[in-house]
Design a protein around this ligand. Structure first.
Ligand SMILES: *[C@@H]1O[C@H](CO)[C@@H](O)[C@H](O)[C@H]1NC(C)=O
Ligand SMILES: *[C@@H]1O[C@H](CO)[C@@H](O)[C@H](O)[C@H]1NC(C)=O
Length: 195
């Protein structure tokens, strides 16, 4: 096909077609508005819902397939609370306290030891649900988790899918904790407002 065309001509053709793409693209966005106001009634005319979820969160550090892995290790001499350590998690969440019970999603994110005095974690995680109509929707939690307290409350700061504009809180209660392996099962109750 390119027989007879010098490499220079081919090169020029390529450059000019690339340039025309850039020019056309720039032109298409000439009237594009960067930001604009929308009527909030688009959202708030929908009925706001309050939903409650209860499930169990499995943080597995031991065995061949841990779901929580340490990614930052602080110097060993810092503190008894391991201040500074960070672990990445992809923890299964199930309907019942047994890991073998129905999987309803995963808790993905990280937690970090953020206290020099007691063991208190900064939790930053997304609950990614797979169950029923919630499949594909997420709830985002960011909060303080002093793990040896009976009940830890943390804010729901947002969500996606069915949980757009979500706010609310979670309560976490340790169901089982193996001090040797570090494996934990925690009951989570979520109270969330969404549209
Ligand atoms: C901790 O250990 C490091 C490295 O061995 C040392 O440089 C540092 O001074 C120690 N810090 C304390 C508070 O002992
Ligand atoms: C959730 O949705 C994904 C993608 O649409 C689909 O592949 C999967 O089978 C669904 N899971 C369940 C449990 O319905």
């Amino acid at each position: 096909m390119a027989e007879g065309l010098s490499p220079f001509i081919i090169f020029s053709l390529l450059i000019s077609s690339a340039l025309s793409v850039i020019l056309v693209t720039a032109d298409n966005y000439k009237d594009h508005v960067f930001g604009r106001s929308l009527d909030p009634k688009l959202i708030v005319s929908k009925k706001q819902k309050l939903s409650h979820f209860r499930f169990y969160w499995h943080d597995i550090l031991s065995g061949p397939k841990p779901t929580a892995v340490n990614i930052v290790r602080p110097p060993s001499n810092t503190s008894a609370s391991s201040f500074g350590f960070v672990a990445m998690i992809d923890d299964p969440i199930t309907i019942g306290p047994e890991l073998s019970s129905k999987l309803v999603g995963r808790a993905q994110g990280f937690y970090a030891s953020a206290s020099q005095r007691e063991v208190s974690l900064l939790m930053s995680m997304n609950f990614a649900f797979i169950e029923g109509k919630y499949n594909g929707s997420t709830i985002t939690v960011l909060g303080r988790n002093p793990v040896f307290h009976t009940v830890r409350e943390m804010p729901v700061i947002g969500g996606s899918g069915l949980f757009r504009f979500a706010r609310g809180y979670v309560q976490a209660r340790t169901h089982k904790f193996d001090i040797k392996s570090g494996d934990a099962t925690v009951e989570y109750n979520i109270y969330v407002l969404h549209y």
